[in-house]
Design a protein around this ligand. Sequence first.
Ligand SMILES: Nc1ncnc2c1ncn2[C@@H]1O[C@H](COP(=O)(O)OP(=O)(O)OP(=O)(O)O)[C@@H](O)[C@H]1O
Length: 618
Amino acid sequence: MDPPRPKSITLSELTDRRKQLQSQQSTVQSRRRQAVCVRRACKKYGGKNSVNVVLDGLNMTVPKGCIYGLLGASGCGKTTLLSCIVGRRRLNSGEIWVLGGKPGSKGSGVPGPRIGYMPQEIALYGEFTIRETMVYFGWINGLTTKQVNEKVDFLVNLLQLPSADREVKNLSGGQQRRVSFAAALLHEPELLILDEPTVGVDPILRQGIWDHLVHITKDQNTTVIITTHYIDETRQAHMIGLMRGGKFLAEESPTSLLQKHNCESLEDVFLKLSVIQNRGKRRRSSILHEITEAMTAQIPPAELGAENPAIDNNSEISGEFGEPLPVPLAKRNSSLADNKELPLDLPPEEQVRTRFTDHFKFIQSNHMKALVWKNFLWMWRNVGVMCFIIGLPVAQIILFCLSIGHDPVGLHLAVVNYESNINDCAIYEKETKCELAFLSCKYLKYVKAKNQKIDYYDTESTAFAAVRRGKAWGTLVFSANYTDALRQRIEMGKDAEPEVFDLSDVLINLDESNQQISLLLRRDLVYAFQNFATNLATVCNYSTKVVTPPIRFNQPVYGPIVPNFTDFAAPGVILTIIFFLAVALTSGAMLIERNEGILERGLVSGECCLRDSIFILI
Ligand SMILES: Nc1ncnc2c1ncn2[C@@H]1O[C@H](COP(=O)(O)OP(=O)(O)OP(=O)(O)O)[C@@H](O)[C@H]1O
């Protein structure tokens, strides 16, 4: 079936529409005069293959001092729009002006205490009491403790909360949402952004909350943007934006919407507009075409093309369904001139002068105080977690010192002693007289004294096989004439035959696959020989200098004569563990805060992610 043909628009209808359109004229000045002004906002999620367009050229105008109800089905993009307004997300294209500046720009005060933000999640520290929660958010937003305490009693009363000394985690879900709401209200911000504040709140209390919102918009000129799924509760709003398909179906006062669409409830209006929107773009385009044609026809040809530098080139006004309407410049000029009520003075944010030192103003004292206090309070309330976090590295360090860093002992050495069999060796090991026999056995006694294990093998090949199988860390081979050759080497010195030198050497082959073990084994084998030779020289009345290398190690300047690996490695290990502990604590805390929405809330209040990390690290 063909879609119904569009009706032609009468002049009175056109005038009506123009009146609505004029309230959304879009010049740089008017954008900055609004509490919030969004123009041609586009926001999409996902990559090339699965793009999810959430905002599709959306226009929104929130005048100062009004309650603006943002309505729409679940998942239509309300939270996304709000997080772009508070500066937590960026648009893919389009502009946002908040309280006269662009969110995140210097001097705009957004994010910062000018905004009160209540996210959809509870976003509170469960371990804190209601009062402590208020103190934390109050300090972050520049209030003194006295000011916070004064407000806490009022808010507890207004929102019918239990005693301010109750911990947040012990409150019901609805009570927790009210504490979250109170935290946003606390510092009386210029712009209050509330994402579903009335979920889980009974009708009487809901009415109380709305009454308070009406009161603060009237008396304090606060602007409130509120999202809710209870469409009809927004009857008290000054303006509502019905959102669908990334655009607004309408942006008007509830009364005029009800009258215009001849409906009894805002839900009916929403349904009616949704049906109209579903009729398709073709019909909408033709309506838009009619409007613009008709408007253009009313302008004298001479005025077409006249330019006014006060109006920016991207000007557009939004109509029903949020469609941007191209309006001739001259018409835009005249509509601007018609609106005499608009104040001409501009908010000063953009002109704020910044000094060079402002770029280095990294830490604000109130933020520092709040963050340090919050972190210590959190630790204090989570003693178990903190004990684990601190106890774990302490246990790791103790285990390290007990198990790692000592000299390895009990290493197996495969010995092939052609001079003596194992039984003879056992006898001569005990010998203490100056008897130059079976010196290989006497040397092995000193090796054993180093707490290494000696395994005897008959041949070199079996000893090598043992090392290859991992049963020993090295082979020691003594020649059959080892003792004679060693004696001649000592007695004849430089005059000894080359063969004497060969036969008096202990042939050693180590498993070098583990550098530390092989270094320590080399050291033990050399020291064992020095001890053995020194002892032999002493009992035989030789000068010990004959059998030791001509190098003398005196008392060390620092540390013991035989340095300990634990003493060397422990400081590094302790520092590494402390570093990773701090990193784990910081990232853990930030992940918890991020998942629970507390981080987002803090960032909207003007906290800085980097600064927070540094405080947690400290
Ligand atoms: N970080 C994200 N990455 C990808 N998609 C997202 C992300 N955040 C939101 N979306 C999607 O964007 C759409 C709009 O989400 P949004 O949370 O803004 O909706 P909403 O109108 O606030 O919904 P509700 O009323 O249920 O809270 C949803 O389809 C959601 O799945």
